[in-house]
Design a binder for this molecule. Sequence first.
Ligand SMILES: [Zn+2]
Length: 337
Amino acid sequence: MRRVKALAILVLASLAMQPGARGADDRNVIRADRAALTLSWRGSDADLGRPGLLDWVERSAQIVSSYYGEFPLGKVAIQISIGEGDRVMGGRTFGAPDAVIELRVGRHVSAQALHDDWVLVHEMIHLALPAVSDGQNWLAEGLATYVEGIARVQAGNMSATALWSEYFADMTKGLPGAGDQGLDRTHTWARTYWGGALFGMLADMRIHEQTGNRRGLQDALRAIERAGGGMAERWPADRIFAVGDQATGTTVLRDLYAAMKDKPGAPDLPAFWADLGVVATDDGVRFDDNARLANVRRAMTAPYCNARSVSTTAVRQPSSASSIALASDSCSPSPSQ
Ligand SMILES: [Zn+2]
């Protein structure tokens, strides 16, 4: 039944879209929110067949659309190359002149591996942020690394326990090492991906904390996505942070950038986990709901409107009426409370 539904949503344009297409390079178009995702294929067929892969593309697009409130761009070409292997082998995203996501997928990939895949969600998240200078690639990679897991938990594609276990294990990779000169000047793999993810996670926590859970990094990133042309445009990082901070009514992004751009700016991770109530166990983490910021931890992974709905009733605000209106405006359908 699920397959029938997926096929009904697809508009199969096949070779008609590309009269000049060669060999097995036929195409399909998936509608995702406002976007048309045009697929092209290379290599042999996967064991799952194209419908299995199309389910994956559609699910990933829905996860990203839910996070941003819309799919980041109107048109994206998705090029899938099938090769040897049993997993999603990698991806690359280009924003200009046309948005393209290149994916390499193993021929023997299973439906479960595609369900659990992070690569395509990560690549689609890249579409939402304006391109930055090469020296600030940590911002693009870091936000994609951090947001991918949050978006999947919000969409029910991953458990919060699995996500925080991953963050707990991996965020230490983003800490500065000896001789570190800050995120703008230290272009190692670990600082680019996990240092940037650390920046995103800290920013999210601080925005939630400072706004009493009324705003989060998600509000900043939605505003940035709407203010520009996504990855098709190039912005200075300062403009990205200014638009994001304006959306949350804070200076969290600018302050954090000032603290981490040209000096190590190492956060106290053990204190961070303790505040959020993330406690190590033998095989991952468990949650301490009595921790100081346990509410913040829950709000960070709650679906967008649920989190704002909770915030309007759970947080004391002097002018609650206007705050509720603000919080509800962005949610469709409106939260019930
Ligand atoms: Zn990336």
